[in-house]
Design a protein around this ligand. Sequence first.
Ligand SMILES: Nc1nc2c(c(=O)[nH]1)N[C@H]1C(S)=C(S)[C@@H](COP(=O)(O)OP(=O)(O)OC[C@H]3O[C@@H](n4cnc5c(=O)[nH]c(N)nc54)[C@H](O)[C@@H]3O)O[C@H]1N2
Ligand SMILES: Nc1nc2c(c(=O)[nH]1)N[C@H]1C(S)=C(S)[C@@H](COP(=O)(O)OP(=O)(O)OC[C@H]3O[C@@H](n4cnc5c(=O)[nH]c(N)nc54)[C@H](O)[C@@H]3O)O[C@H]1N2
Ligand SMILES: [Mo]
Length: 631
Amino acid sequence: MTISACTLDCPDACSLVVEDGPAGPRLRGNPDHPFTQGFVCPKLDVHRRRLQSPYRLRSPRIKSNGRWLDIGWDEALALCAEKMDLLRAEPRSILHVRGAGNRGVVKFLSTLFFRTLGASGLHGSLCDEAGITACVEDFGALRHNDITDIMNTAALVNWGRDLARGSVHTAAMVRKLRKQGVPVVTIAPGMDTASGFTDRFVRIRPGTDRFLAAAVLREVLRRKGVMPEVAAACHGLPEFLDLLDGCGPELQDWCGADGDDIAFLAGLYAGPGPVASLLGWGMQRYRFGGQNVRFVNALAMLSGQVGKSGGGAYYNLSSMGNFDVPWKKTTSYGRTLLMPDLAREIRRADPPVRMAWVECINPANQFPEAGEVARALGELEFVVVADAFMTDTAEVADLILPVALMLEQEDLAGSFLHEYVQLSRKAVEPPAGVRTDYEILSDLGRRLAMPVTLPDPEEALRQALRSSTLDTSLEELRAAGFARSSNPAVAFEGLRFGHADGLYRLPPRMDPPVPVPEGFPLNLLTLINRRFVHSQIPPEEQTARPVVAVHPGTLGRMGVAPGPGRVVTELGFLDVTLEADESVHPECAVYRRGPWGKYGGGVNRIIRAVETDLGGGSAFYEQRCRLEGNQ
Ligand SMILES: Nc1nc2c(c(=O)[nH]1)N[C@H]1C(S)=C(S)[C@@H](COP(=O)(O)OP(=O)(O)OC[C@H]3O[C@@H](n4cnc5c(=O)[nH]c(N)nc54)[C@H](O)[C@@H]3O)O[C@H]1N2
Ligand SMILES: Nc1nc2c(c(=O)[nH]1)N[C@H]1C(S)=C(S)[C@@H](COP(=O)(O)OP(=O)(O)OC[C@H]3O[C@@H](n4cnc5c(=O)[nH]c(N)nc54)[C@H](O)[C@@H]3O)O[C@H]1N2
Ligand SMILES: [Mo]
């Protein structure tokens, strides 16, 4: 038996018990872990099957005249070294494309490798950066109360987190809260986010949380004003109150919530409290996603919910935040390209990008305008993809390097939701023929004419633990599996914030809704899949056409019937199966993201790259579409 941990891109970051079984490893949630509490979600079983999958890559492959040939590691890495030595005179011609497919301190060393070269990297994010930047602008730091502190709340308001699919352990806590009689409100376009976890559902139009938050806040302020200690902790309060004063009934029209819902929420936020606000990632995947987060934070702050137990605004923690990684400050890429606009960024780069190294990410599937991303990568002189499967991105590579996956290598990872750091121990042997990303890059580094030497993994892990918020050792972690950071259970206690002056910042502006383009009335919401993390779906499970769920009234309005159909955007169309679903907002179409382009998925080919107002995020859910029937 081994205590290990899940490093998939998921907030829950479970502590795991791994046992040998007759058909490979048996994986369970660690019963001794205060957050995992002995259970895990279905993504883990999918991972177990991926480890043993017949589709798994087991040898480096090179593309030769459009066909794949297996080659040995020595030849593969010699070729990489030769290309890199040639390009090293202008290291920015080498692009490092890295994601969170497998998170951890050792994984992160690839960043050190490419920064040492002076290569190009990426900035911005596909995921959470609009909201992170919003939170850092507001609070001056990316912190929230310990997630278990929601058990101390008098009311929980969930601004669109998909608990049942995205975070089964938060879902379990919310269930318990409701059993204790604590009311839970869910705010989202679709009821599917709420079912099973909600006493009151507030339906809003997609991308309009800032209007609802402002409408509620106006009512809260009318009822009780701003408490003096809260006013004293804010910078620029008068300007913000003027901004709110300038708003009127259009807020309600724009967000589409009922007047009763606004009054109910105002009653909660203005009441004796405390009220905890959970902010989902959905609301910030819009053109003004950063503003959406800033106005919800402002509501929590000005209604007096921040800095106390049972209150708080929960967005994200930094998953690397509790580790000491000194080279993060001392090294940098030669330049960075904007992640959500990768195809255009590659094409306009000067000096040009000539080679890409892609790892832990699937850009030809998960990036907006994925078809263009695939083409832009395919046009480069040399593309290396390190992955375990023949993904949409691997298809456009010149060289594929097969990698070891989670549980086949040791690493140390944090969570973006809870305060534990955990050792993901090696629990199973990787299949013959594959290597870890670290082994690949340290071997490659040795082969370069000017070698790049990475720290030993053990040394990197020990260094990471020398953090001011940790008091544990690698030995302790190897025995127990996890340790909590010393961050306080309540963030911003005493209303002291992370900005130099210690004050909270309020949002300076509120943009009106984005106009609806002619002919494309619906928001295409490309939401997460319960059983899979993003595109990590076994090929054998991708036999049916992807489904798009729409409100039955919307199907009627568009003159289409359930069954074969098409979702159409200004960039093209995707053949899908249309399904009627009462829970979907009438102005939305819901697609569960992840299916691969080559198996009929690849929705990101028809999603335009639109940058969010803050953080260089990707406004995926701003994409508009229409439906067509019977294709
Ligand atoms: N349409 C749409 N697209 C979206 C979003 C959306 O809302 N709508 N949101 C997005 C969000 S939230 C995110 S976080 C991103 C996710 O985007 P990606 O990070 O591209 O997501 P994955 O599909 O998980 O791809 C990770 C890849 O890493 C590989 N991998 C796993 N472990 C390892 C390893 O140890 N080493 C190496 N080298 N590879 C490994 C996996 O096999 C997989 O192919 O994209 C997003 N894309
Ligand atoms: N099973 C599974 N779990 C995952 C992942 C996965 O791929 N699979 N991915 C992980 C990652 S990287 C991430 S970032 C998270 C994402 O976790 P979530 O943010 O929970 O999930 P998404 O499906 O990305 O976000 C959409 C949710 O927000 C709601 N929503 C959409 N638009 C709006 C809006 O304008 N306002 C409000 N209030 N709500 C809105 C939708 O109804 C939906 O429930 O999940 C993580 N957990
Ligand atoms: Mo994400």
